[in-house]
Design a protein around this ligand. Structure first.
Ligand SMILES: [Ca+2]
Ligand SMILES: [Ca+2]
Length: 75
């Protein structure tokens, strides 16, 4: 399976921040997945599966970072 992660700066920041915010507002997860699937289907030519999966990894990276941060800080 091919993954294209941290490929563009703007998108990476947006996906990572979305993941981080999901820690506080979990419903963002559903919106994010829904948005990514729509983007993947309608930009099928442009957005390859490697990018689609990579965006989800970027999102999970943000979620993981904030989770670790909160745990380390004891919040
Ligand atoms: Ca995407
Ligand atoms: Ca990406």
């Amino acid at each position: 399976m091919m993954l294209n992660v941290f490929d563009d700066r703007k998108g990476t920041i947006a996906h990572t921040i979305s993941g981080a915010i999901s820690y506080f507002i979990p419903v963002i997860f559903i919106i994010f997945i829904f948005y990514e699937i729509i983007e993947h289907i309608y930009l099928a030519g442009k957005e390859k599966e490697a990018n689609f999966l990579g965006d989800i990894v970027e999102y999970l990276f943000g979620l993981g970072l904030i989770t670790l941060f909160m745990r380390i800080c004891g919040w």
